[in-house]
Design a protein around this ligand. Structure first.
Ligand SMILES: [Zn+2]
Length: 436
C-alpha cells in the first residue's frame, strides 16, 4: 500500500536534493527566470489536469494555463473553502483535520493519510485555520534544501558528524526519516512540556539547532544548554531581542523564512535572506512605503498546489547581494497583514499601522521583557506587559503615543494588564488585531 519507508533510501534522496540544490543557486537573473518558466510550464500543465479547482479558476478567468501570471490570486480562506477539489491527493478537509487533530492529541504520527502524506495546521487569524498537505517526496526535497543552505561549512560539513535538532510542532515522520550516525536528525515536539524539551535538547548536543525563536528562547530560559554551530530561526518573525538572547545563549543565529505555505526564503553565507526562487515563483503587490505582499506559485508542490496564492505577509525587498546569488533579498519581514492595526487618524479617516511600528516602539521600553499588543476596539489598544509595573505602563504608553503621533494616529485609548500565557504550541504573535 505505502511505499517502503527505507531510511537509507530517504537519506540518499535528501543528499541528492542537497547536492542538486547547489546547481539551483543561480548567479544570473535571466538564467533563474528561464529555470522558473520551464518548471512553471510543467507544473501548471500538471496541476490544471489534476486539481479541478485550479482548472475552474482558469476557466472562470477566461485564461489559458500559459497565462497563469494573470490568474487572480486566492487567499488562504478561498483555498480552505475549496480544499477538497484543490488538492490532488483525493482527500477531504474533514479527513485531513481529523487526522491532524488526532495526531496532535495523541502525539502518534503513524496513522497518517494515504500515500505518505502529512498534514500541517497553521494557526488561524480571524478564526480560520489552514491545513497544508505535504507528500513524502516534497518533504525530502524540503530537507535537502534546508540541509544545503543551512549545514555549516557546506560541503566539508557533510564529512563531519552532524546532529540536527528540529524543535517543531506536529511534523512527525520527516525528521525521523533522515537519521544515521553521521547525519542524525532529532525531532523535539514543541508541544511537550518545556522542562522535558530542555533536557532532551541538552542531551541531543546538536551541531545545528532549528526552531521557532520564541520556543528556543523558552528552552534557553528553562536551562537548556547547547553549543550548535548555527541556530536557525523558523516559523515566526525573528525579533531583535530574541536574536540577541539566542545568540548569547546558544550560538550564531540565522533566519529561515518559512510558512506552512512553503519554504519562502533562505539565508546566504553573507547573512542575507534570499527568496527561494529556484522552487517558488513570487509576484508582489505593492502596498505603499516600500511594503509588498507576496503572491506565490510553488513550482514543485503537487499534493496541495499553491498557484497564485496570496500570502498575508508584509515584506520589504532588495535586489542584489554581495554573495552573488540572483534571487531577490528579503530585507525585512514586517509582519502578518492580518495583524496590522486599523486605527483612526487625526483627520478622522482610518489608518493601517503595521505590527513592526508597534514592535519598534515597545522594543524601546527598557526592562520590558515581553509584551502583547492587541487592538480590541475601533480605537482601543490593550497592552499586556511583563513585568506589569506602573513605571513600565507609563514608559510603554509614552513610546506608543510618540510613535502613533508620528504616524498621524488620532485619539486612542490604551488599556493595560499583565501578560497572559500563550496557548501551548500557538505561534507567538506580539501584535494582534482581534477587532474587526
Ligand atoms: Zn546573499
Amino acid at each position: 500500500m505505502h511505499r517502503s519507508r527505507n531510511p537509507v533510501f530517504d537519506r540518499l534522496r535528501v543528499l541528492t536534493h542537497a547536492l542538486n540544490e547547489s546547481r539551483l543557486m543561480f548567479r544570473d537573473r535571466a538564467t533563474l527566470e528561464r529555470h522558473q518558466s520551464r518548471l512553471a510550464a510543467e507544473q501548471l500543465r500538471w496541476v490544471a489536469v489534476h486539481s479541478s479547482y485550479t482548472a475552474q479558476r482558469f476557466r472562470q478567468a477566461g485564461l489559458s494555463v500559459g497565462q497563469w501570471r494573470q490568474l487572480p490570486p486566492i487567499s488562504k480562506a478561498e483555498m480552505m473553502a475549496n480544499f477538497d477539489t484543490l488538492n490532488t491527493a483525493g482527500v477531504t478537509l474533514a479527513e485531513v483535520l481529523d487526522v491532524a487533530r488526532r495526531a496532535e492529541a495523541s502525539r502518534d504520527f503513524s496513522p497518517g493519510l494515504p500515500g505518505n502524506l502529512t498534514v500541517g495546521l497553521s494557526s488561524g487569524t480571524s478564526g480560520s485555520q489552514g491545513a497544508f498537505l505535504v507528500s513524502r517526496a516534497e518533504r525530502l526535497q524540503w530537507a535537502g534544501a534546508v540541509l544545503r543552505h543551512l549545514l555549516p561549512d557546506w560541503p566539508a560539513g557533510l564529512l563531519r558528524r552532524q546532529r540536527v535538532a528540529f524543535v517543531l510542532r506536529a511534523e512527525g515522520q520527516l525528521y525521523r526519516s533522515v537519521g544515521s550516525s553521521r547525519l542524525h536528525f532529532e525531532f523535539l515536539d514543541l508541544l511537550r512540556p518545556v522542562d522535558e524539551l530542555a533536557e532532551r535538547l541538552t542531551a541531543a548536543r546538536p551541531t545545528l539547532l532549528i526552531g521557532p525563536p520564541s520556543v528556543l528562547r523558552a528552552l534557553l530560559n528553562a536551562g537548556a544548554t547547547a553549543y550548535p554551530e548555527r541556530v536557525v530561526s523558523v516559523a515566526e518573525v525573528l525579533e531583535d531581542a530574541d536574536r540577541t538572547a539566542l545568540q548569547a545563549g546558544f550560538g550564531p543565529v540565522v533566519e529561515v523564512y518559512q510558512a506552512t505555505e512553503g519554504l519562502l526564503a533562505l539565508p546566504c553565507p553573507h547573512g542575507h535572506l534570499h527568496l527561494n526562487e529556484a522552487h517558488v515563483h513570487f509576484d508582489f503587490e505593492a502596498l505603499g512605503n516600500g511594503y509588498v505582499q507576496p503572491v506565490l506559485t510553488d513550482l514543485r508542490r503537487r499534493a496541495q498546489p499553491m498557484i497564485r496564492h496570496r500570502l498575508n505577509d508584509l515584506l520589504v525587498l532588495a535586489d542584489g547581494c554581495t554573495c552573488g546569488q540572483a534571487a531577490r533579498r528579503v530585507v525585512q519581514i514586517a509582519g502578518r497583514q492580518d495583524d496590522a492595526l486599523n486605527l483612526p487618524s487625526a483627520s478622522g479617516t482610518r489608518l493601517t499601522i503595521w505590527p513592526d511600528f508597534v514592535r519598534g516602539a515597545l522594543n524601546r521600553v527598557a526592562s520590558l521583557c515581553e509584551y502583547r499588543a492587541e487592538q480590541v476596539g475601533a480605537a482601543t489598544l490593550h497592552l499586556q506587559l511583563d513585568p506589569d509595573a506602573p513605571a513600565l505602563r507609563e514608559a510603554a504608553g509614552h513610546e506608543i503615543g510618540a510613535a502613533f503621533t508620528r504616524l498621524g494616529v488620532g485619539d486612542i485609548e490604551l488599556t493595560f494588564g499583565p501578560l497572559l500565557a500563550d496557548l501551548p504550541g500557538a505561534k507567538r504573535r506580539r501584535v494582534v488585531r482581534s477587532w474587526h
